[in-house]
Design a protein around this ligand. Structure first.
Ligand code: MBD
Ligand code: FE
Length: 277
């Protein structure tokens, strides 16, 4: 929860966490009788991973689901999921209904994403904020896989819900994500005989004053990787079905010339006071 505040210089938390991390790793080295060669290989691997900018990817891949598990334990409301390495805090602010920033010829199908934000007691959370990010249909995240000059904040936005907590955002259907094929993370996964894929997903942070923030993901049910996410972050309540719309009158009503998809999902945020210190 308040992780930013807990690892302060001189704090007891910092002493305990760093001390125990070192103790845990030393006991791991004894248990596995790690050799000098193996140790140097690990140092080299982590150095290369950091140089290539993949340290957040590697750490989130291996560890963030466990952070989500312990930090979200006992929490009420919508199911949480990991943030992952591709969040940017400063996406354009917009008001529902709106269209996420996109390229002139954004590839793939349009997705109309709508729903309501409520508290655990069922009251509408007017003015809730949905901070959304996702890959395009080819699995590319803006600013990481797509140059920011070409497509600034592509498929990212901070969307303000209306006074009833309702929102409707036009985006594009995301594609499955593949860990960069030529990087150190992919090399490790391949050496372990593992594939490089995450099922197509939408990322969200939902916030409202007086409520606990929700970081989560929504996963597309029909994705081929839905049961084998390389990160292991899929949770059953977060698997969603898209509805296909191809009726000509329905398309005309929205001014679309091609079929599109829709998704409805309601979010529930616990009150801030509910969380024990
Ligand atoms: C992703 O797109 C992602 O969401 C996570 C958690 C890890 C790697 C790539
Ligand atoms: Fe992602």
């Amino acid at each position: 929860m308040s992780t930013a505040a807990t690892l302060k210089p001189g704090s007891q938390r910092l002493q305990q966490v760093v001390g125990d991390l070192a103790a845990t790793l030393r006991s791991f080295i004894r248990q596995h009788r790690i050799t000098h060669d193996e140790y140097r290989a690990v140092v080299h691997f982590l150095t290369t991973t950091a140089e290539k900018g993949e340290l957040p990817l590697l750490l989130d891949l291996y560890l963030e689901t466990t952070v989500d598990e312990v930090d979200g334990a006992g929490r009420h409301g919508s199911t949480t999921a990991i943030e992952g390495p591709f969040y940017l805090p400063d996406a354009p602010l917009m008001e529902s209904p709106c269209v996420l920033p996109h390229r002139a010829a954004e590839p793939g199908d349009v997705l109309i994403f709508s729903g309501k934000v409520r508290s655990t007691s069922g009251e509408a959370l007017g003015g809730a904020m949905l901070d959304m990010w996702q890959s395009d249909i080819r699995g590319c995240y803006s600013h990481f896989d797509l140059a920011p000059e070409q497509a600034p904040f592509n498929l990212r936005g901070r969307v303000l819900a209306d006074r009833n907590g309702a929102f409707e955002v036009q985006t594009w259907v995301p594609g499955a994500y593949e860990i960069p094929k030529n990087g150190p993370t992919a090399a490790l996964l391949r050496a372990l005989g593992r594939h490089l894929w995450r099922p197509a997903h939408l990322h969200l942070k939902v916030t409202h004053e007086g409520s606990q923030s929700l970081t989560t993901q929504l996963f597309l049910r029909n994705d081929p990787w839905i049961d084998s996410d390389v990160v292991g972050a899929v949770k059953q309540p977060l698997i969603v079905d898209l509805v296909r719309h191809e009726d000509p009158s329905e398309l005309a009503a929205r001014g679309f010339t091609r079929p599109y998809y829709s998704l409805t999902f309601d979010f529930v945020l616990p009150d801030t006071i509910a969380k024990a210190a």
